[in-house]
Write a protein that binds this ligand. Structure first.
Ligand code: SAM
Length: 240
């Protein structure tokens, strides 16, 4: 997959793109990411990207022309990307949307700043608006990293063990079960016996039950009314 990002703060992506799974996915050629500086698409000596709002009021508005030049220039290069404006007004990002985005060949992420981007950018060059939650951040860079990190987990080969992704929270409509590692006792709390039993059928059953309990306790909204008392569908076995 190829992802292009347009931002006025390209350097904030540097560490992020070199670290952990994303860094390895890029090095392995599974993911290609290009970060573009919006100011490179301005045509004035000050490289200005914002101006006063029509109608007055507080805050500056990002000018349409640099965005239109940038989006068109970036899109001209290869297959047409799905063009996403990161915005608190967008559809809320969730697991289903992440998986559908992972099926795209190319994404283009537009990171806003200031009070807003001139509305005509959304009207002319944006396919969808995506929000990472009902709160307002100062810019679209952290939401863009959220999209990149969430989507890349669904690209084959990025996460070493595919069953890790299969068994994660939300995938089967439930949260993940609790996990433990050594030591066996931490401040008097023991690892549940079943996990040391070596009986994989019992371990799988315990994990399903714990996933359902965790979902009922922490996110009952995920359970459909008729599912609240029902058996849980088996998850893929999670063997080491
Ligand atoms: N005035 C806008 C409003 O109230 O809808 C908020 C603008 S915000 C300060 C600046 C930029 O941050 C937005 O253009 C968007 O790119 C990004 N942003 C802020 N909150 C976001 C969220 N929850 N999800 C995605 N992007 C967000």
């Amino acid at each position: 997959m190829r992802v292009d990002v347009i931002t006025i703060f390209p350097t904030v992506f540097r560490e992020f793109l070199g670290a952990s799974l994303i860094g390895r996915a890029i090095a392995a050629g599974l993911l290609e990411i290009h970060v573009h500086d919006l100011r490179d698409y301005t045509d004035d000596p000050h490289r200005s990207v914002d101006d006063e709002p029509y109608g007055g009021g507080g805050g500056m508005v990002m000018k349409a022309e640099p965005w239109l030049h940038a989006v068109r220039a970036v899109c001209g290069d290869g297959p047409r990307p799905h063009r996403i404006l990161l915005s608190p007004q967008g559809e809320r990002l969730d697991d289903a949307r992440v998986r559908s985005l992972a099926g795209e060949e190319r994404l283009l992420l537009l990171c806003g700043r200031y009070e807003a981007i001139d509305e005509r950018v959304r009207m002319l060059v944006v396919d969808s608006e995506l929000s990472v939650g009902d709160y307002v951040l100062s810019g679209g860079e952290v939401p863009a990293m959220t999209v990149i990190e969430a989507v890349s987990r669904h690209i084959p080969g990025v996460v070493g063990r595919p069953e890790s992704v299969e068994n994660e929270s939300f995938r089967s409509g439930l949260l993940d079960h609790p996990h433990y590692t050594r030591p066996r006792t931490v401040e008097g709390i023991e690892v549940p016996d079943v996990l040391r039993s070596g009986d994989h059928a019992r371990i799988d059953a315990w994990r399903r039950e714990q996933a359902l309990k965790a979902t009922r306790r922490k996110r009952p909204d995920l359970l459909a009314g008729d599912m609240r008392g029902q058996e849980v569908a088996p998850k893929a076995p999670n063997r080491r």
